[in-house]
Design a protein around this ligand. Sequence first.
Ligand SMILES: Cc1cc2nc3c(=O)[nH]c(=O)nc-3n(C[C@H](O)[C@H](O)[C@H](O)COP(=O)(O)O)c2cc1C
Length: 308
Amino acid sequence: MEGVLDHPMRELLCELGGFDYCVTEFVRVTSQLLPNRVFHRLCPELRQGGKTLSGTPVIVQLLGGNADMLAANAVRACNLGAPGIDLNFGCPAKTVNRHDGGAALLKNPERLYKIVSEVRKSVPTQIPVTAKMRLGYEDKSLAVENACAIEAGGAAHITVHARTKVEGYAPPAHWQWLNTIRQQVSLPIIANGEVWNVSDYKQCREVSQCTDVMVGRGAIRTPDIGLQINSANQNTPYSPLQWSGICYLILDFYQRIEHIPTRFACSRLKQWVGLLSNGYPEGKDLFSRIKRLKDVQLILIEINRYIK
Ligand SMILES: Cc1cc2nc3c(=O)[nH]c(=O)nc-3n(C[C@H](O)[C@H](O)[C@H](O)COP(=O)(O)O)c2cc1C
């Protein structure tokens, strides 16, 4: 997730556990073969075998509309050690869509086919090529056709965010549409959208009939959501993290980003506390205390107040 699930956050969440794999922020591909340093900046895990230090595979996400360039950059990512390539057909950002990328491509299933098949035939066969799509751009009329085009192109699975571009991030997510798509293709569909807790996870699986679920914002708002889901699936006891445990995580996160300029570190801390505040009542209190602070040490003092 662009601007949120960067390398330090991936390392932290995967170390906590519960995720089978994760995906980088998008690598924007236009008309050139990007230098290695771009891939290493967005995916430092490439230097450690394409996995987080705790061993979770990190798939490189590419975004763009030029099939040949996407294929060339996918090959480069694989040569650098990417364990998989994920193609973004869901980004709703105006600038991205205006420049022939993300959800704009959902208007044309043939283009999806061309992109997926070019990338598929270019990268080594053992490297999975996957795609992430929304249900459509303005409406859902091409949802099945788009999924079929991605399948025909050779994708190993499709993650479907159960909303159109126009629906943005507004609830609800239309999980029943995932079942409709699932019945028309033979590759696995990974359900995505509005899974915030174990109960949503169960309901999403029930309605979509999909085995696997991708969690986006829920993983930022409830960092141990993967552990909660796994314990529910395995019927094993698990005590969800309480607020003081979350505050330890925030301090841990700070240690991972303290090398960046102070103002960026402050905004990353505020951004995360802001997102956490939707899941933990104490988070609201903390957020109101830190939202105007510009000195990172003062922010850390406020966070430390909650540590028992
Ligand atoms: C800040 C932000 C950045 C995102 N960046 C990406 C991205 O780079 N690639 C992508 O496929 N989806 C991206 N998404 C969409 C999420 O992956 C996910 O599909 C969407 O948030 C719905 O799932 P959720 O309800 O579990 O969050 C982003 C979403 C947000 C809120």
